[in-house]
Write a protein that binds this ligand. Structure first.
Ligand code: NAI
Length: 336
C-alpha cells in the first residue's frame, strides 16, 4: 500500500472540516487539523508533514516558509484563490511548491457582494433590529431603485463576471475596468469598458473584484474617492488593502461616500473568523468602521456557501494527489 500523504491544516474551521472529510471519503489522505493560525511559533507543529494546508489569514512570509521547509514540508496547499499572503519568491528559493484553488464558486462571492448592496440600500440591517424591538417606523429607511443605476465593476474575472450577470438582471448599467478587458463578454452582456477614472466618476455603486498586488494596493485612496460621485456605494469583497481605510473613513465622515459594504478589511487577520465578542477590540480603525450606520461589515464570508466549501475541498485534494503522484501541478502558483 502506498504511504498516505500527511497534511497539516492550519486555521481550520468546523464548517470546512466536514467538507474535507467528505472529499476524503476513501481515506487516501491523512489529515491533522489545527485551529490556530500558521505563524513563526506554530509552524514547527507541521514537522515531518510533507504538505501544509493554509487559509487566507495564515501569514506565509519568508521566516514561516523557512521553518516549514527545514522541517520537511514540500507542498503548500492553499485553500483559497488569493495568494497575496504567500512570499512566492521565498517559497521558490526554498524549493516549496505552492498550489491554490483558482476557482470554486464565483457565484458565492458575487452573490455576497449583491447581499451587501441590497442590505445597505434597503437598510435591512436597521429594519431587522427595529422590528425585533417592536419599532415599526419607516423613518430613515428610504432606499433607491437599483434599476437604471450605473454600477462600476473593477475586475471582470470570474467573480466580476458573475456579479455583472446578476446586476444586469436588476436592470443596472454596467461600466467596467480591467487590465485585460474581455470584449466578447462585454458585447454579450451589453456593457462597455472604460479607464479606471471614468468608472469611478460615473458610477452610483462601485464593486471591487481584482486581486491584491503591489499594483492594486490602496487603489482606492483619497484621490480616487474624491473622483467618485457624492453618495456612492462602495463594495469590497476582494481584499481589504485594495482600499486605504483611513481615507474611506474620512470620505464616510464627509458624507462623500454614501455607504460601504466590506467583506474584507486591511488588518483583518487578527480579527476575522474569531469570536471576540467578550474582548476589548484594540484596532481603533476597525472599531470606527463598525460605528457607521451606513457601513456593513462581514467577516470575510463571501466564499461561505456549501457549494464553494465542497469545491475547495475537492480541488485541494486533487492538488495534493497530483503532487503525491509527481504529476504536473495544474493549480500551481508560480512567480511571474
Ligand atoms: P480572477 O483572476 O478570475 O479575476 C481577477 C481580474 O482582475 C482579472 O480579470 C484580471 O485581469 C483583473 N486584474 C488583475 N490585476 C488588475 C489590475 N492591476 N488592474 C485591473 N484589473 C486587474 O479572480 P476572481 O476569481 O474573480 O477573484 C477576484 C478576487 O476576489 C480574488 O483575487 C480574491 O482577492 C477575492 N476573493 C474573495 C473571496 C471572499 O471570500 N471574499 C473569495 C474568493 C476570492
Amino acid at each position: 500500500m502506498e504511504p498516505k500523504i500527511k497534511t497539516y491544516f492550519f486555521d481550520t474551521h468546523s464548517f470546512e472540516k466536514k467538507h474535507f472529510c467528505e472529499a476524503n471519503h476513501d481515506a487516501i489522505h491523512e489529515f491533522t487539523f489545527f485551529e490556530g493560525k500558521l505563524t513563526e511559533k506554530s509552524a514547527i507543529l507541521a514537522k515531518d508533514y510533507p504538505c501544509v494546508c493554509a487559509f487566507v489569514n495564515d501569514h506565509l512570509d519568508e521566516n514561516v516558509l523557512k521553518i516549514l521547509a527545514e522541517n520537511g514540508t514540500k507542498l503548500i496547499a492553499l485553500r483559497s484563490a488569493g495568494y497575496n499572503h504567500v512570499n512566492l519568491a521565498a517559497a521558490r528559493n526554498l524549493g516549496l511548491k505552492v498550489v491554490r484553488v483558482p476557482e470554486y464558486s464565483p457565484f458565492s462571492v458575487a452573490e455576497h457582494a449583491v447581499a451587501l448592496i441590497l442590505t445597505l440600500n434597503r437598510k435591512i440591517h436597521k429594519a431587522y433590529n427595529r422590528v425585533r424591538e417592536g419599532n415599526f417606523s419607516l423613518e430613515g429607511l428610504v432606499g433607491f431603485d437599483l434599476h437604471g443605476k450605473t454600477v462600476g465593476v473593477i475586475g471582470t474575472g470570474k467573480i466580476g463576471k458573475a456579479f455583472i450577470r446578476i446586476m444586469k438582471g436588476f436592470g443596472c448599467h454596467i461600466v467596467a475596468f480591467d487590465k485585460f478587458p474581455d470584449q466578447q463578454f462585454a458585447k454579450e452582456m451589453g456593457f462597455h469598458y472604460s479607464d479606471l477614472e471614468q468608472v469611478l466618476i460615473s458610477s452610483e455603486i462601485i464593486s471591487l473584484h481584482i486581486p491584491l498586488s503591489p499594483d492594486t494596493r490602496h487603489m482606492i485612496d483619497q484621490k480616487s474617492l474624491e473622483l467618485m460621485k457624492r453618495g456612492v456605494m462602495l463594495i469590497n469583497t476582494s481584499r481589504g488593502a485594495l482600499i486605504d481605510t483611513m481615507s474611506l473613513i474620512s470620505a464616510l465622515k464627509l458624507g462623500h461616500v454614501g455607504s460601504a459594504g466590506l467583506d474584507v478589511y486591511e488588518e483583518e487577520e487578527n480579527y476575522f473568523f474569531n469570536d471576540l465578542s467578550s474582548q476589548v477590540l484594540e484596532d481603533d480603525v476597525l472599531v470606527r468602521l463598525m460605528t457607521f450606520p451606513n457601513v456593513v461589515l462581514t467577516s470575510h464570508q463571501g466564499f461561505l456557501t456549501a457549494e464553494a466549501l465542497s469545491k475547495i475541498a475537492q480541488t485541494t485534494l486533487f492538488n495534493m494527489s497530483q503532487f503525491e503522484h509527481h504529476e504536473p501541478l495544474t493549480n500551481e502558483v508560480v512567480l511571474v
